[in-house]
Design a protein around this ligand. Sequence first.
Ligand code: HC1
Length: 574
Amino acid sequence: RITMYINDEAVQVDKGTNVLEACRTNGYDIPSLCYIRDINTAGSCRVCIVEIEGSRNLQAACVYPVAEGLKVHTSTPRVRRARRRVVELLLSEHNRECTTCVRSTNCELQALAHKVGARQGKLGTQLRHDCKIVNNPFITRDYSKCIKCRRCEAVCKNMQGIGVYSALNRGYDTVIAPAFERNLSEVACIACGQCVLACPTASLTERSYIEEVWQALGDPDKHVVVQTAPAIQVSIGEEFDLPVGTVVSEKMAAALRRLGFDSVFSTDFAADMTIMEEAGELLQRMEKGGPLPLISSCSPGWIKLCEHFYPEFIHHLSSCKSPMEMFGALAKTYYAQKKGIGPKDMVVVGVMPCTAKKFEAARPEMKTYGFQDVDYVLTTRELARMIKEADLDLRKMPEESFDQPLGLSSGAANIFAATGGVMEAAIRTALALTGGKEMGRLEFKELRGIRGVKEAELELKGQKIRLAVAHGTSNARKLMERLKRGEQFHFIEIMACAGGCVGGGGQPVTRDPEKPELTLEHRSQRAKGLYALDLGKELRRSHENKAVLQVYEEFLGEPMSKKAKEILHTRYTA
Ligand code: HC1
């Protein structure tokens, strides 16, 4: 520890930290914009400038190292004037449609302008001549709202290890974009949306399908089915000021019903279905000699990473469609037949914590008997917007159950959204179905938690098998490089986002400049809600889900049957 002085007060701070962190930990709420701890430390926006005694120029606190005896002044008239001018300059080329912007009241730039007292002043606003909006099925980029903080670039490169964004051109013409200003759909973007979480404004947002869904809900000829992913029930509460990780499954079901959905189901049901198929696939591959490892295929960001960077491992991917797609396929076949509805009159909406699910839903591989399995995907944020638009307050909703039969799920399905959860769920069932001394085991703590790559060994069908779990694409790449070097595993779970789906790019965004939603602590808090749900359930293994067994009995036969393969499985090609 060293001693430094903030506004003439002596404070003890950690050696090696920067002035911004030192000030914040001592109660000084210094504004910042481009900075994200451990991810973006470029010091490019200059919003966090402070006066340092002995230095002629104002200094960016986020890149100024602390030192013994350093004397910092955080709010002198000169500092306040300069910060205001920096923000006014940013605003001078920012599209100020604040009242109608999707991030209105949740925008970091708006909050910052308010904090530093920025005004329109003499600078006015002059947008770049070719500000444009670039769309694709998953992420919308609006050049007119980009403030060139480069957080998207840093998150993509430093957190996800991919790097599709960079600064192009110079000076006033600078843009932060993929190479040659291509669409994200034309580069190696995996659609994970972590850049959307990092963006301080609405320059990066999900491609919204709210209007399409409202339209379907208003169409009397359509039966609109909604499924909510496991992660939504522990995260949407944040949009209504509930503590992180609050479980709101039943309030959410009530809200969905009031929005007008005809059937309110949960993807968790299909997660149980996925386990039946994936455990069957693992056992089959073990019997038939491969290809092993079997690698999970629920995370569409991971599938895209595999396609772009590891095409030689595509045949290792589980052929199981993701639970979201399995759900859509069963809704438009099994459930539609049960209800006497034609698949063309059914609209399936997925509510997902993920922007890549929007991409997945549009993939040509995700069709059953000529119909796209899922019609629209909304993020957690979009569902919250719809609930608010409909004058509903999630906190005040009564508690209602999901509809049946596609609303029943086990605790194993609930934990899918936490890193290691898919593996744990699959192993619970695989052990139970094959016997052996661990057949009753329910918890696999070695697969839980925030370590980037987790490994375990266990005995399945008398054979020792090696398991690995990776979350976040940087960790996924480390694991894949080990496979490339010839290391042997039997079963691998990979999720594209750190923490698993609870950390997806469609999850709630705050306007807190410290970006808690990007941290593993915040994501683990959401995961805690899921583990609590699992613990409180009587049903903790997928093969015990009676609704799943009913679908096999009435419709599919058995796991990995011909019909199951037609409806619930797919193929990826390099
Ligand atoms: Fe996920 Fe999944 S867990 S991929 O993380 O396998 O998005 O929540 O819905 O499909 O069930 C996401 C979450 C989600 C699927 C399931």
